[in-house]
Design a protein around this ligand. Structure first.
Ligand code: SAH
Ligand code: SF4
Ligand code: F3S
Length: 479
């Protein structure tokens, strides 16, 4: 069979040509009833960018008259939105695709689609095409708006499979329909892609060139969310400090944050601000806007200058600490979290000790810690790596002990305090309790009466553990 698609190509995906250009999406009439009487189910892996993409995918499907299924067994279309950041994430997806084979045998009309970051990797797409015949549709992170056409190809044009996985360098697509999965907090993309190429990371290849949305488009979306009753928004970008750079319109992330704050939306968060390009203007902006939540995720990755250099991170342990101290001085009430990788190729005991020192210096409120995972096609994958797995695992354990100690300490100061919590729903741990987050992003489980999702409540904290707080509701905040 002649191939009518191009496989993704990591080398091509590392091109950084082309200007940012805005494209307005419109769904073609012929696709609007394709999903009538049919149900869809989306399983989402990975980061917030993928969560938000799944909401666009759901929006597109509902514009095609599909309705949501409660799980994959009642779905006519199952999509897995995948993550490629570590091997473990990929293994999980292959397991899920395997499990869907049985379901499809029972219901041959069911369509299975794979999308997200794994769909931008050449070797993964080849593997799916050759070994997983149950998969009908594959589309990449750049090709989400082609989904209606791809479904049409399989359903009505009798194509065996529909594949679209090529990178588009500079496109920002606006007015894509969206079905948000929550009614109280929302993700808002401010930019796509990443131009940093940290040597361990696959994201610049799977998400493509850095491109920003226009400031007025972001502000318009936030205003609308506020009108719809949303209490919290989170601005998303792989490296928000770079916001606006590609547009050359004279505004940057601090300007955007000021404008978003002016909408008066109650809680504003953002991820990820990296430890370079974090300007004094941004620090001033945090200090002056009270609706920006006092919480900063500042990924350090390693505390060793040698490793940071090999990782292509643009800072040293000294300059990171300097920035950290400067921010802490300007906004002392802020909570800080970080990401750390242990076992980067040839990380020595000395390097690892520098990382522990960094954790003890910054006393993070929490840290997301990972063992380095080799991603083929990235520069680090070509580095010699002689450190045994057991050594890496032991390092991770030791690191986690340091992290837990400071996490616990940061929690203790909340004991006896009354804090504002935005309610997410019933607690995962206790069916008679609720849970939600404080402005500092602390998880709170609490008891109370007449509480619903999206309520803002005041909770008196009775108990503080390393990674969550426990308390009882004392009042509701009028919204
Ligand atoms: N753009 C964000 C998120 C990147 S992915 C940022 O720059 O922070 C989230 C985290 O996954 C990274 O911060 C890093 O700690 C981890 N990560 C990325 N690639 C990895 C790899 N190959 N192995 C292990 N952890 C990795
Ligand atoms: Fe990956 Fe680095 Fe870009 Fe973050 S900044 S997405 S870690 S390449
Ligand atoms: Fe994973 Fe892609 Fe996000 S690799 S972390 S889903 S950008």
């Amino acid at each position: 069979m002649k191939k009518d698609y191009k496989l993704p190509d990591l080398k091509l995906a590392s091109n950084r040509t082309g200007e940012t250009k805005k494209v307005i999406f419109e769904i073609s009439d012929e696709y609007k009833t394709l999903g009538a009487d049919k149900k869809y189910f989306i399983k989402t892996h990975g980061c917030q960018a993928n969560q938000r993409d799944s909401e666009s995918i759901a929006g597109l499907l509902e514009d095609m008259s599909y309705s949501p299924a409660k799980d994959e067994t009642e779905a006519d279309l199952v999509l897995i939105n995948t993550c490629a950041v570590r091997e473990g994430a990929e293994d999980k997806v292959f397991g899920e695709i395997g499990a869907l084979k049985r379901l499809k045998r029972e219901k041959p009309s069911m369509l299975i689609g794979i999308c997200g970051c794994m769909a931008q990797e050449e070797k993964t797409v080849e593997e799916i095409l050759s070994k997983y015949h149950q998969v009908d549709i594959i589309f990449g992170t750049h090709n989400i708006t082609s989904l209606p056409k791809l479904i049409n190809d399989v359903l009505t044009a009798n194509k065996k499979r529909a594949v679209e996985v090529y990178s588009k360098q500079g496109e920002v697509i606006e007015e894509v329909p969206v079905t948000r999965f929550a009614s109280h907090k929302a993700w808002v993309n401010i930019m796509y892609g990443c131009d940093n190429f940290c040597t361990y990371c696959i994201v610049p290849y799977t998400r493509g060139k850095e491109r920003s949305r226009l400031l007025e488009d972001v502000v318009k979306e936030v205003k609308q969310l506020k009108e719809e009753g949303y209490v919290e928004i989170c601005l998303l970008g792989q490296n928000v400090n770079d916001y606006g750079r590609d547009l050359k319109l004279g505004y940057d992330f601090a300007d955007l944050l000021d404008e978003v704050a002016k909408t008066g939306i109650r809680r504003i968060r953002f991820v990820t601000s990296n430890p370079w390009g974090f300007t004094d203007k941004m620090i001033d902006c945090l200090a002056r806007n009270e609706n920006v939540c006092p919480y900063l995720h500042l990924p350090v990755q390693s505390g060793s200058n040698d490793v940071l250099k090999l990782m292509n991170r643009h800072y040293t342990k000294e300059s990171y600490k300097e920035l950290f101290d400067k921010i802490k001085k300007a906004v002392p009430h802020y909570a800080f979290t970080t990401d750390i990788i242990v076992g980067f190729p040839n990380e020595t005991d000395e390097d690892f000790k520098d990382t522990l020192d960094m954790v003890d210096y910054c006393k993070y409120d929490n840290a997301f810690t990972f063992i380095y995972s080799k991603r083929s096609g990235t520069p680090a994958a070509r580095m010699e790596d002689l450190t045994p797995r057991e050594v890496k695992e032991a390092r991770l354990q030791e690191l986690n002990q340091h992290v837990a100690k400071w996490a616990n300490e940061s929690m203790q100061k909340f004991k006896g305090q009354t804090v504002e919590v935005l309610v997410d729903g019933i607690s995962k741990k206790n069916a008679n309790a609720y849970s939600g987050y404080t402005v500092e992003n602390k998880l709170v489980n609490f008891t109370g009466d007449d509480v619903k999702v999206g309520d803002l409540v005041m909770v008196e904290i009775e108990e503080a553990m390393s990674f969550s707080l426990k308390g009882k509701m004392v009042s509701k905040v009028e919204l």
